[in-house]
Design a binder for this molecule. Structure first.
Ligand code: ZN
Length: 71
C-alpha cells in the first residue's frame, strides 16, 4: 500500500498523452455511436459520425483529452 500523501490521483492511467495524441475512434456525443477512424484524427481535425452524419471539430487538451465541437 502506497502511503505517499501526494498520490491521490485516482486516474490510474499514466500521463503519457499530450496535445498530439491521435484517436482512432469517434464516440459521437450526439448519438453515442462509435465510428472507427483507421487513419486516426487529432487536434484540429474534422471528423464525421457515420451514423447520424454530425460533423465535429476535434480538440485535444494539453493532457490528451479529446473534446468534440459540433461544426
Ligand atoms: Zn452520431
Amino acid at each position: 500500500m502506497p502511503t505517499n500523501p501526494y498520490d491521490f490521483d485516482e486516474d490510474d492511467e499514466p500521463r503519457e498523452h499530450d496535445r498530439r495524441r491521435r484517436f482512432t475512434e469517434l464516440e459521437c456525443p450526439s448519438c453515442d455511436a462509435v465510428t472507427p477512424c483507421d487513419e486516426g484524427f487529432g487536434d484540429g481535425d474534422d471528423v464525421l459520425c457515420c451514423y447520424c452524419g454530425q460533423e465535429y471539430r476535434a480538440k485535444v487538451s494539453d493532457d490528451g483529452r479529446l473534446k468534440l465541437v459540433e461544426s
